[in-house]
Design a protein around this ligand. Structure first.
Ligand SMILES: NC(=O)c1ccc[n+]([C@@H]2O[C@H](COP(=O)([O-])OP(=O)(O)OC[C@H]3O[C@@H](n4cnc5c(N)ncnc54)[C@H](OP(=O)(O)O)[C@@H]3O)[C@@H](O)[C@H]2O)c1
Length: 301
């Protein structure tokens, strides 16, 4: 089968489209025929090890010393269940699904195998495979911070870095829960963010947000670029500050909540671009550059 492998940690020159054996599955595993693969900022960090000095040795221990033990990369994707292991009872062949497989990866291939306990749900019928592929990365991470426990109707929320994957979903999730959302991004992305429901937009290149004269109930830094001490005077008395740099949890239950929003037409995937398999280096470079708008997805046909 076709697969994109990472020969060694590094830039896009270390990626290669090649032929590899199709995976065989154990009784508690299932095989997915991949339809679309999300290239995430998380892939960038694992593939390049371009992370802070403390995290680097941890990633090497977890994923492999000099190159990832699983050379087929791609942590989030969508597809169709092609085969079930003999002990799998909770899925059907032909189910359309989307999922995250950060520890096992392997999504950049014709087929990926997953455990029956994988963080995976059925794809709602009202979105395409391309739109579904990034949900278990950006939207699931956003829901960790923006949810019915952290915000309430009519509260004021500021999303910093709203044009990224996490940020564009966070904005919509905040709107879903009835918040008034100020979205911070560069001006070129304002139209897209207003289209996703932002009430107000601010250009981070022109306005230093620490100079704003307003109080927010929640400030969410969706790109990990600001510190609480710079914005804490903008928080209301009970206001909260969250940064995407805090750890999040991968949880299937969250995908079920996100599916309700998708089915209600309230959560859409902002696409920077759709790429074909042969454009895999361009797609990865777009992500590695750190300025994509929403999500970069490879259509796997
Ligand atoms: N903790 C976790 O579990 C977890 C989960 C998911 C993601 N993350 C991390 O969260 C971060 C964001 O992920 P992502 O996938 O959403 O990123 P992303 O999509 O790659 O972010 C790209 C966006 O960030 C904007 N941006 C870049 N620098 C900015 C700045 N200084 N101020 C405001 N906006 C800026 C860019 O807009 P411009 O072109 O206008 O600059 C671009 O639209 C990454 O570091 C990722 O590794 C952590």
């Amino acid at each position: 089968m076709k697969a994109i492998i990472l020969k060694r940690y590094g830039g896009v020159d270390q990626l290669q489209l090649t032929e590899v054996p199709k995976p065989s599955i154990k009784p508690n595993e299932l095989l997915i025929s991949v339809k679309a693969v999300n290239i995430a900022s998380g892939d960038y960090k694992i593939n390049t090890l371009n992370v802070n000095v403390l995290l680097k040795p941890i990633l090497r221990l977890v994923f492999g010393l000099f190159r990832p033990r699983q050379q087929i990369r791609g942590i989030t994707a969508s597809g169709v269940i092609a085969q079930l292991g003999s002990k799998v009872t909770n899925h059907l062949v032909g189910d359309e699904v989307y999922f995250i497989n950060s520890m096992g990866a392997g999504c950049l291939a014709d087929y990926v195998k997953l455990k029956d306990t994988a963080v995976m749900v059925k794809k709602p019928a009202n979105i395409s495979f391309i739109e579904a592929a990034p949900i278990a990365f950006g939207a699931m991470s956003a829901l960790h911070f923006i949810n019915d426990k952290t915000i309430h109707k009519d509260q004021n929320v500021l999303i910093y870095g709203a044009s990224g994957s996490v940020g564009s979903y966070a904005l919509q999730i905040a709107k879903y829960y009835g918040a008034k959302v100020t979205a911070v991004s560069s001006q070129k992305n304002h139209q897209a963010l207003l289209g996703l429901g932002a009430d107000q937009v601010i250009d981070y290149k022109k306005t230093d947000i620490s100079t704003l004269d307003f109080k927010y109930d929640l400030i969410f830094d969706a790109v990990g670029k600001i510190k609480k001490k710079h914005v804490k005077h903008l928080l209301s008395e009970t206001g909260k500050f969250y940064s995407i740099l805090l750890p999040t949890k991968e949880d299937k239950q969250r995908l079920i909540v996100l599916n309700q929003m998708i089915e209600a037409g309230k959560l859409k995937t902002l696409l920077d671009g759709k790429y074909n398999i042969n454009q895999y280096k361009t797609a990865h470079q777009k992500v590695y550059d750190g300025h994509k708008v929403g999500n970069v997805v490879i259509e796997w046909v």
